[in-house]
Design a protein around this ligand. Structure first.
Ligand code: ADP
Ligand code: MG
Length: 458
């Protein structure tokens, strides 16, 4: 693959991707441009292939489903030849180490090792303490991180943050870096992933020599923030280097913070002496957020992104997307894109459509009797009354809600539902379902009721 010559690389004016972006911007509206295309990062480009990355799977899938050929055309228009476009996920949100290093190699004055200023590049300004929602699941880790950002090297050194994927570890690590940079602009704060560190070690062995690496990490570093330390497992040479770096920083009371997906002792392939050092300071975990925290995260994110998110939809998303925050954010982005591309307002119905592949009901769907009992209980009526032919006002709405929910949650046919609800005609069920669907668009009370009962059933 011949790299495309780029005489003016600093501005990137001859690079393919910026020019393709400008082609794209002529064809899509500002919103889609900002939501998707401007978030695409170009990993590499040549005349034959352009590799792009989006920050999460939802966005990537959406772009692949809707824009793959469009992207292909835009890029090929720029290169004037059939260029392949590959789109991947880049969850790290950190600059790819090679990219940062390449930029640094170009820009760094002689004798400065590649690592020494890479932090400046990789601090993600969105990942601040202000943007982090604190709940019982992450309170301890959050407090520890704040304390470290306020008094580095004093209380908890090292600070070890561990927990499952997408729960905010990287976010917290950047928050510390951002706060420290604000307080001590002259400090050299190194934030990098363990993978990038490994690459630095390899590059130093091959090209730069260990002295320059040691200078950057041991002498010139004031704070070391290392993400995903589990990556060091099994990499003996890198662990050895990290061990001495650790000792040198710790001995001189310089702060070290590391994150990991596991507790130190549970990282197979991590040397015992490192695992034990990681426990010298404070070990804090992050857990999956509870419902209230998930709602708060969605609301914060929506307001940050300028998305109008109705309360019931944020409750709906938070109820259905539980595993981690990254998926929650992905769901919000997907719903928002779905709404904007279809020119509709965000509603529960729309969210349901946008996320239909993800909303796998847990366990078995509730049975008809359970739905009837729950609806009856909610409206303080009797199941028998719902199934009767009485046309009293107080019964009509609960009955229609019951019909709608049975259809929605069990997917039974209209005639079947009719039979299960006291022998009603299928057209009665159909019109009830339509009625409630349209009320859900216009009547917040009904929407909340459906959501409330729906939640009680899953
Ligand atoms: P991890 O490093 O644990 O895999 P990240 O820090 O990358 O997770 O978090 C994934 C996404 O979720 C990021 O966009 C991050 O901003 C967001 N996030 C995670 N936890 C929170 C939180 N408590 N408040 C706000 N955003 C959060
Ligand atoms: Mg992370």
């Amino acid at each position: 693959m011949d790299p495309i010559p780029s005489p003016n690389q600093k501005q990137g004016s001859d690079s393919v991707w910026p020019r393709a972006l400008s082609v794209i911007s002529r064809h899509v509206n500002d919103h889609v441009m900002q939501t998707y295309f401007e978030r695409i990062r170009c990993l590499s480009e040549s005349k034959d292939q352009v590799r792009l990355a989006l920050p999460n799977k939802f966005m990537r899938d959406w772009v692949v489903d809707h824009y793959q050929s469009f992207l292909q055309e835009a890029v090929s228009e720029v290169t004037q030849s059939p260029t392949e476009v590959e789109i991947t996920v880049d969850v790290s949100t950190l600059r790819a180490p090679q990219q940062a290093q390449a930029a640094l190699r170009k820009e760094a004055p002689p004798n400065t090792s590649p690592a020494s200023s890479s932090t400046r590049f990789s601090l993600n300004d969105k990942y601040t303490f202000e943007n982090f929602v604190c709940g019982s699941s992450n309170q301890f880790a959050h407090a520890a991180c704040k304390s470290v950002a306020e008094s580095p090297g004093l209380n908890y050194n090292p600070l070890f943050i561990f927990g499952g994927t997408g729960l905010g570890k990287t976010h917290l690590l950047h928050s510390i870096g951002i706060e420290l940079r604000r307080r001590h602009p002259e400090w050299n704060i190194l934030l990098l992933s363990a993978e990038a560190f490994t690459n630095e070690v390899i590059a130093s062995i091959r090209e730069f020599g260990m002295d320059s690496l040691r200078r950057s990490f041991r002498q010139q570093c004031d704070v070391l923030l290392m993400d995903d330390i589990q990556f060091l497992a099994g990499k003996d040479r890198t662990q050895e280097e990290f061990f001495h770096t650790f000792n040198s920083l710790h001995d001189t009371r310089r702060q070290i913070v590391v994150t990991s997906d596991k507790y130190p002792n549970e990282i197979a392939g991590l040397e015992e002496r490192l695992a034990s050092r990681f426990q010298w300071g404070l070990v804090a975990d992050v857990q999956p957020p509870d419902l209230e925290t998930r709602v708060a995260i969605l609301e914060k994110k929506a307001s940050f992104e300028g998305i109008e998110l109705p309360e019931d939809v944020s409750m709906f998303l938070a109820t259905h997307v539980k595993r981690n925050v990254r998926e929650l954010e992905g769901a919000l982005v997907r719903v928002e894109a779905f709404a904007s591309l279809n020119g509709e307002q965000i509603s529960i119905n729309l969210a349901r459509q946008a996320l239909q592949d993800q909303l796998i009901p847990e366990g078995r769907p509730p049975d008809v009797d359970k739905i009837l009992r729950t609806v009856a209980e909610h409206f303080s009526v009797k199941v028998g009354e719902i199934c009767s032919d009485r046309r009293h006002k107080a019964i009509v709405l609960p009955r229609q809600v019951a019909m709608y929910l049975v259809r929605d949650l069990t997917g039974l046919s209209y005639p079947d539902i009719g039979r299960r609800l006291g022998g009603k005609d299928h057209s009665t069920i159909m019109s009830a379902c339509r009625k409630i669907s349209s009320l859900m668009e216009t009547d917040t009370g009904v929407r909340k009721t459906i959501d409330h009962i729906g939640r009680a059933l899953v």
